[in-house]
Design a protein around this ligand. Structure first.
Ligand code: NDP
Ligand code: 2IT
Length: 444
């Protein structure tokens, strides 16, 4: 297998999907050598079967807004691979959603889910519908219309969606309610559900907490403590909020948060009371991060990302390609020592190169943000067994999984000089499990 050739071929067959090529390129470059040590992989064209999703469902979603106007959006579910378990991955509702973005996310999810040690395949779905500015009733009608199309293609042992950007507890609740209505079954077909109807404790916290657990393992490889470190976090949604919460508990100082309009810089750090304010602002009132600056009299920078602020650690937790080469250079020049990704593919390939060549500890999202889908997997187990675990039990399992993912990265990513390439480690480890499962199951 020649990575370049496979990628050129994908570009020809699937034009105009830049995010998909970006994700595939990163993985293929890091697994190329290992893959080529296994001629049986190439003999069964494993690489194309792994890069191209098993199937893609796409559909029109028609709904009526509060003014009585009939609206249409596109809906998708990319079922990438069920080699190691049922398709599993979130739904994203955002105006920018298109097939390139969902194909990259489903591809990444396959390797991430493999790393979790749990039996889950990879999928992603969503819509170009944006919940921003919509009433609860509009969001509910949209979710019902979306699920009316999707429900036949999912199920507790088939495909289990969850949240992602624009899909939180409210949306999962509406989606689950309509799924239940259509199927007349109360099964664990979505994760991230409310605690009253089958949700798992610690699922809302899991991605952010898991990222901080992973970060601590990375820092420990160099004997560095997290306590007292200054951290720039981007985003102010689910992942950012619980990243900030765990950082606070660990005695680190979070100085930034952002949304799609701009970022805030709080040199004193975001304390518990301020974080409670952010959670209420974002989750209840669905307000803007600018309001934090007005409330606490700190700096707000419109239309910018937070990477120009001085920090020891950066934890991008908003969206893909939010750290470019310039941002990466600025972080390095400001003395940043670690980057642990909460978002999926937030750093461009050029940015990753800059982090790695400057000796930063750099964790790709598929390793460091895997805590979210891991606790989704634990939610599936609880649902299948009709029981609920305590916060302590789930958190302990999450910590063990993040430690295991870190160990896999070290095992497969340690370089001759003793340093760890977390990109290589995560990709090779995630790939080998999926590849072995595919080989065992024959040509399909
Ligand atoms: P939320 O919708 O809760 O929050 C997203 C945050 O990112 C918001 O602050 C949003 O701002 C901001 N944002 C979204 N799109 C853009 C954009 N194009 N430019 C700038 N800012 C943007 O989503 P999550 O916190 O769940 O997801 C954040 C990231 O983490 C995503 O990359 C997601 O794929 C990833 N992830 C999520 C997991 C989960 O369990 N939820 C698990 C693993 C990864 P605004 O409100 O203005 O849109
Ligand atoms: O990117 C991700 O891992 C998620 N959005 C969570 C997926 C899930 O199924 O919990």
């Amino acid at each position: 297998m020649k990575a370049e050739q496979v990628i050129d071929d994908l570009k020809r067959r699937f034009p105009n999907e830049p995010e998909y090529y970006q994700a595939v390129t990163e993985v293929l470059k890091s697994i190329e050598d290992v893959y080529n040590e296994h001629p049986e992989f190439e003999a069964s064209n494993l690489i194309e079967r792994l890069c191209i999703p098993d199937r893609i469902h796409s559909f029109r979603v028609t709904w009526v807004d509060d003014k009585g106007k009939v609206q249409t959006n596109m809906g998708y579910r990319v079922q990438h691979s069920n080699a190691i378990g049922p398709y599993k991955g979130g739904l994203r509702f955002h105006a920018s959603v298109n097939l390139s973005i969902l194909k990259f996310l489903a591809f990444e999810q396959t390797f991430k889910n493999s790393l979790t040690t749990l039996p889950m395949g990879g999928a992603k779905g969503g819509s170009d519908f944006s919940p921003r500015g919509k009433s609860n009733a509009e969001v509910m009608r949209f979710c019902q219309a979306f699920m009316t199309e999707l429900w036949r293609n999912i199920g507790p042992d088939t495909d289990v969606p969850a949240g992602d950007i624009g899909v939180g507890g409210r949306e999962v609740g509406y989606l689950f309610g309509w799924y239940k209505k259509l199927t007349r079954e109360h099964t664990g077909t979505l994760t991230g559900k409310g605690l009253e109807f089958g949700g798992s404790l610690i699922r809302p916290e899991a991605t952010g907490y898991g990222n901080v657990y992973f970060l601590k393992h990375m820092l420990a490889t160099r004997g560095i403590a997290l306590k007292g470190k200054t951290v720039c976090v981007s985003g102010s949604g689910n992942v950012a909020q619980y990243t900030a919460e765990k950082l606070l508990q660990e005695g680190a100082k979070v100085v930034t948060l952002s949304d799609s309009d701009g970022y805030i810089y709080d040199p004193d750090g975001i304390d518990r009371a301020k974080l409670d304010y952010v959670m209420e602002l974002k989750n209840l009132y669905r307000g803007r991060i600018r309001e934090y600056a007005e409330q606490y009299g700190v700096k707000y920078v419109a239309g910018a990302r937070p990477w120009g602020e001085k920090c020891d650690i950066a934890m991008p937790s908003a969206t893909q390609n939010e750290i470019n080469a310039d941002d990466a250079l600025t972080l390095v020049n400001n003395g940043c020592i670690a980057v642990s990704e909460g978002a999926n593919m937030p750093s461009t390939p050029e940015a990753i190169k800059i982090f790695q060549s400057n000796g930063l500890l750099y964790a790709p999202g598929k390793a460091s943000n895997a805590g979210g889908v891991s606790v989704s997997g634990l939610e599936m187990t609880q649902n299948a067994n009709h029981l609920n675990w305590s916060s302590k039990e789930v958190d302990e399992k999450l910590q063990n999984i993040m430690a295991d993912i870190h160990a896999q990265c070290v095992k497969y990513g340690t370089l001759p000089d003793g340093s760890v390439d977390y990109v290589k480690g995560a990709n090779v480890s995630g790939f080998m499990k999926v590849a072995k499962a595919m080989m065992a199951q024959g040509i399909l």
